[in-house]
Design a protein around this ligand. Structure first.
Ligand SMILES: Nc1nc2c(ncn2[C@@H]2O[C@H](COP(=O)(O)OP(=O)(O)O)[C@@H](O)[C@H]2O)c(=O)[nH]1
Ligand SMILES: [Mg+2]
Length: 377
């Protein structure tokens, strides 16, 4: 109890709703490290503004922060694999699905904190498609976004995207997520301590730069010196991407040194406005449309089915008057049904004091961890 109040009183809330940051990115891009760094950055603000963190990766053995809600407290991914006879991917997906059935509880825990927290942060499973291409990922995203201002932080492994073709596939992936979620979107070029992201900014601002980078890459021309099919395809796609870049913000950060986090949070604040001006009105219009069609359909269905039921009932009673007498609702028969009792969401916030977090510069990864995600491509 006390810690909830203490953590809340520290942050300055001028009636603003907290922003939810959904962290998405390829395996190893640095999502969890990025979440840890946001956590430490927010703790170091004056006054400190501890975020509310939800870990959605059931398979991770170690996270460099203390989540307020951890999917691993609710579903045991190893057990899920055993019980449903699944491999790692199926196991993670099923664990996420099971957790999603309880997401209303998560949402209400978050909403209880809405007055005391400035940021809600979601860390997602290592492998990107498990979140971005699953029904559960979409349900979680929609549920959060219809309740709080929400922004997607798309984490990019900058040192691994310096090749033009890799850069483009990564951007196309980001593009597909933007169009799927329609949420404000921030491209986060991570690991700038290893590789500065200025090449990316240049390519995004000027597609001719990008095309000449493509052309100078090996494989751009065939034996006759003509541009290859692949090269012309990428050239045309870079024109499409040019349009996509106009819709988003890009920042470079290092989750290890903390570089660029001020700029990142400025982009988040700008995204809040974008959410309120663009996303929210569209959401409300969609809701109104849905409610209108739903209530029309309901009215019609009610009228139709009532006439049908009354007709059936009348015929039945005529045929079998004794049966009709016995066919009464019996309150004794009603069963208490509570299949919800087995899994529950745990809020860990009360278990520790505010201001407590693990600093990645002090807490190194566990040696025993031995994660071996297959790399895309
Ligand atoms: N040099 C450097 N390494 C980073 C940075 N961010 C993350 N990493 C490393 O990248 C690896 C994957 O990070 P992790 O956060 O587990 O990635 P996730 O799978 O996206 O959650 C780890 O070894 C991190 O230490 C960064 O900004 N700079
Ligand atoms: Mg992770």
């Amino acid at each position: 109890m006390a810690s909830a109040d203490a953590s809340g009183s520290a942050s300055m809330k001028d009636g603003k709703k907290p922003v939810t940051i959904i962290t998405i990115g390829m395996a190893g891009a640095g999502k969890s490290t990025f979440v840890q760094r946001m956590n430490s950055y927010l703790h170091s603000q004056q006054p400190p503004s501890p975020p509310y963190i939800v870990n959605l990766d059931p398979a991770v053995t170690y996270v460099p922060y203390e989540p307020n809600i951890d999917i691993r407290d609710t579903v045991n991914y190893q057990e899920v694999m055993k019980q449903y006879n699944l491999g790692p991917n199926g196991g993670i997906l099923t664990a996420l699905n099971l957790f999603t059935t309880k997401f209303d509880q998560v949402l209400s825990l978050i909403e209880q904190r809405a007055d005391s927290v400035d940021y809600v942060i979601l860390d997602t499973p290592g492998q990107i498609e498990i979140f971005t291409w699953s029904a559960s990922g979409a349900i979680i995203t929609d549920a959060v976004a219809s309740s709080l201002p929400t922004v997607v932080a798309y984490i990019i492994d900058t040192p691994r995207t310096t090749a033009p073709a890799t850069f483009m596939s990564n951007m196309l992936y980001a593009c597909s997520i933007l169009y799927k979620t329609k949420l404000p979107f921030i491209l986060v070029f991570n690991k700038t301590d290893v590789q500065p992201h200025d090449f990316a900014v240049e390519w995004m601002n000027d597609f001719e730069e990008f095309q000449s980078a493509l052309a100078s890459h090996s494989g751009a021309r065939d034996a006759e010196g003509e541009p290859t099919y692949m090269n012309s395809l990428m050239n045309s796609m870079s024109l499409v991407l040019d349009e996509f870049y106009k819709n988003l913000k890009a920042v470079g950060v290092s989750s290890v040194t903390g570089d660029g986090f001020k700029e990142f949070f400025e982009a988040v604040e700008a995204s809040r406005e974008e959410y309120e001006n663009d996303y929210l009105p569209e959401l409300q219009r969609a809701r109104e449309r849905r409610e209108k069609t739903l209530s029309q359909a309901k009215e019609k269905a009610k009228a139709d089915s009532m006439t049908r039921v009354m007709k059936d009932l009348a015929i039945d009673r005529e045929r079998n008057p004794a049966g009709a007498l016995a066919d009464r609702w019996d309150p004794e028969e009603e069963e208490e049904e509570d299949d919800d009792a087995d899994i529950d969401i745990i809020d860990r916030s009360e278990e520790r004091g505010p201001g407590e977090y693990i600093d990645v510069t002090r807490a190194r990864r566990h040696e025993s961890e031995n994660i071996n995600w297959p790399r895309p491509g």
